[in-house]
Design a protein around this ligand. Structure first.
Ligand code: SAH
Length: 230
């Protein structure tokens, strides 16, 4: 059989457009964040039938009732973490693995936890295939964190929680930053917690709608209350 050149599209032009029209136009400024979005092939994190929509201004389904978040939300949360490349980051809610790949570009090491085995398996295959060696993935209830690798410089929860899980707060190091969505099942506030010597300071960033954090320190049951969209 004759060998064929790799015909799979790269979508580099679509990525540039996404960075300019969705991120820069809405005020994302951190050059490292913008570069990460230009680098990571978002289409690889969704099924092939959705590749033409992968760089659109919206969330997309990734199966099992879950979603890969809108690029702007991923950028906003990534920028809020104020990463310089030296950090150890904990992400709860691996999903497709896209946010983990962005974090892998921006931080030193990424520990990511997903409760659904099938999503974790898919995310791991994609991240490995793209050569991200600084992402460590685990299937577990991330609402209680990942104690053996704590403390973390940064923690990001990419699912909506009823409150800030105490266990996660306990795993954030002094002067660390924590980004999470807090609210009810259908809408939440994106907040950033600064761990400062005088106590924790909380800042509200925006309103949004993510799928629920389901677990011991999250919501009790996903089946009865299907999540919103990110
Ligand atoms: N960051 C993902 C999108 C997140 S969707 C991406 O870039 O694609 C939210 C994810 O959180 C879903 O995959 C859901 O299964 C997961 N999740 C919900 N509760 C969880 C918990 N307690 N621990 C770990 N993962 C959880």
């Amino acid at each position: 059989m004759r060998s064929r050149p790799d015909a799979s599209p790269d979508f580099a032009a679509a990525r540039t457009r996404m960075v300019e029209d969705q991120l820069m136009a809405r005020g994302i400024r951190d050059p490292r964040v913008l570069q990460a979005f230009a680098n990571v092939p978002r289409h690889r994190f969704v099924e092939e039938g959705l590749w033409p929509k992968a760089y659109g201004d919206h969330a997309l389904p990734i199966g099992h009732g879950q979603t890969i978040s809108q690029p702007y939300m991923v950028a906003l949360m990534s920028e809020a973490l104020a990463l310089d490349g030296s950090e150890k980051v904990l992400e709860i809610g691996t999903g497709s693995g896209y946010q983990a790949a962005i974090l892998a570009e921006l931080a030193d090491r990424v520990f990511t936890v997903e409760r659904m085995g099938a999503l974790a398996t898919g995310a791991k295959a994609i991240l490995d295939g793209l050569g991200y060696q600084n992402v460590i993935l685990r299937v577990a209830d991330g609402s209680i964190g990942w104690k053996e690798f704590a403390p973390f410089d940064r923690i990001i929860v990419t699912a909506g929680a009823p409150d800030v899980p105490r266990s996660l707060l306990d795993q954030l190091r002094a002067n660390g930053l924590f980004v999470i969505l807090i609210g009810d099942r259908s809408s939440q506030r994106l907040i950033r917690v600064y761990r400062e010597p005088g106590g924790d300071r909380v800042e509200e960033i925006c309103l949004c709608a993510f799928v629920p954090l389901v677990g011991r320190e999250g919501w009790a049951d996903a089946e009865r209350y299907p999540g919103g969209e990110t």
